[in-house]
Design a binder for this molecule. Structure first.
Ligand code: AMP
Ligand code: GLY
Length: 436
């Protein structure tokens, strides 16, 4: 197949890399891609959110499939535009991408579909929001309605912090339009995990479970990031939970969207909080009474979850994506290898705050020789050298018969890599290992 992957991060490198593993062989393109995607695809110099540019490329080049990686082009209607010119695209239409683009909309859909999630109320007025705080108790979660680059969620331990977050969003306009509506949400106790489901408008097939590491430093300390590493499977998602997640969370949302005239095709990513005897740490049960609650939905593959989950998939990945994009998805389309995977993000000093770019990266081929897979997140090529060009620079994945082997392999790869001010977390998968 002729396939265009849209995006330029580790997720898109992993998607392109996994498509390149398909036995049937594909003609792969990536827009705009990075130094890593250039090794498995032809990079096309069009920005991921340049809807007209991508549609124009597709008009000329007739891809069999366009796979959209990031949320921004989905929310902006790239899939709608491609459908409009008869191009098959993997990803939801803009109305479906609101599951990620508007937390208020996602809550409305969940409530209508009876999906377990934290109890929440929406406010546009700061005084009214503050008056409501008392009924939520502490900690409490304050969320901007719209996309705020991962910064629009504050878990407040004190009333003063919660009030400050409300003021920042509703009075100080900190997130602009994205924060013009604020959700106050019940704090959910337990352990988080990610479930990425392929959805074809009606049916869904769950990909293997994974867990992300959102905080920047070891021991889950420091500010939130886009994710500092991930592993799959996540032992907190015991086998008995998968049918429950599919039947009580994913499918009810897909059906509710259908009822609203939205055919959701692509990935529905459920960020879940699990709170049962197998989770770590425990706490009071959520008001919903369910041991699995939705923290958030995303309309795309997770990053870095994708770099740990996709290497575990066998079969034809292109066929699975095409079947989802055309309403023909079957359980057999997803083949899972009996191996564990772990990925470690190698980042630029200062991330998630400000950081320098343009540092030469050494040891990439030595890292590959260890058997690790090196995905590029923020890199570029200049005069034949590979340079850093982002906060998250590389995502180094190891595979193994056990999670321990996978983690060791990933770190063996990371150990070969160097650039000025590089850092990474040394405790990826610690929650799995903490179980003993
Ligand atoms: P979100 O962008 O909605 O995923 O929120 C970012 C992070 O904030 C999540 O990954 C959780 O760690 C935390 N968070 C969000 N909502 C809640 C909640 N209701 N209870 C506990 N933690 C939450
Ligand atoms: N790893 C979290 C996300 O992709 O949103």
């Amino acid at each position: 197949m002729k396939i265009l992957v849209v995006g330029s991060g580790g997720r898109e490198h992993a998607i392109a890399w996994r498509l390149a593993q398909d036995k049937e062989g594909h003609e792969l393109y990536c827009a705009p891609g990075n130094a890593g995607t250039a090794a498995v695809a032809t990079n096309v110099a069009i920005a991921a959110d340049d809807i007209e540019g991508i549609a124009a490329w597709a008009t000329v080049n007739h891809p069999d499939l366009v796979v959209v990686g990031p949320e921004a082009p989905l929310v902006k209607g790239l899939v709608d535009a491609l459908q409009g010119i008869g191009v098959t695209a993997f990803g939801p239409v803009a109305a479906g991408a609101r599951m990620e683009g508007s937390k208020r909309f996602a809550k409305e859909v969940m409530d209508a579909a009876g999906v377990p999630t934290g109890k929440a109320e929406v406010f546009t007025d700061a005084a009214a929001a503050k008056a409501a705080l008392l009924s939520f108790g502490l900690p409490v979660v304050i969320k901007a309605d719209g996309l705020a680059a991962g910064k629009g969620v504050i878990v407040a331990e004190t009333t003063a912090d919660a009030e400050a977050a409300i003021d920042d969003m509703l009075v100080g306009n900190k997130f602009g339009a994205a924060g013009a509506e604020v959700l106050i949400e019940e704090f959910l106790h337990g352990e988080e995990c990610s479930i990425l489901a392929l959805v074809d408008g009606e049916n869904a097939v769950l990909l293997p479970s994974s867990q992300d590491h959102k905080r920047v430093f070891d021991g889950d300390k420091g500010p939130n990031t886009g994710g500092m590493g991930a592993y799959s499977p996540a032992p907190v998602v015991t086998a008995d939970k998968l049918p429950e997640i599919k039947e009580k969370i994913i499918l009810p949302v897909v059906r509710e969207l259908k009822k609203r005239g939205i055919t959701y095709r692509g990935v529905l990513y459920a960020g879940l909080m699990v709170n049962d005897a197998n989770s770590n740490p425990h706490g009071p049960l959520a008001k919903s009474g369910s041991t699995v609650n939705v923290v958030e939905f995303n309309a795309r593959f997770g990053d870095p979850e994708t770099e740990a989950v996709l290497p575990r998939l066998g079969g034809s990945f292109a066929t699975a994506l095409l079947h989802a994009a055309t309403g023909r998805l079957k359980d057999e389309d997803v083949v899972v290898k009996d191996e564990a995977a772990a990925t470690v993000i190698v980042a630029s000093g200062g991330y998630p705050g400000s950081y320098e770019k343009g540092k030469a990266i050494t040891g990439l081929s030595e890292a590959a020789e260890t058997g690790a897979i090196v995905f590029h997140c923020g890199t570029k090529t200049a005069d034949g050298n590979i340079l850093t060009s982002g906060g998250r620079v590389l995502s180094v994945t190891g595979m193994g018969a056990t999670l321990r082997e996978a983690v060791d392999k990933a770190y063996a790869g990371v150990g070969k890599i160097a650039f000025d001010k590089m850092f990474y977390r040394k405790d990826i998968a610690h929650r799995a290992f903490d179980r003993g």
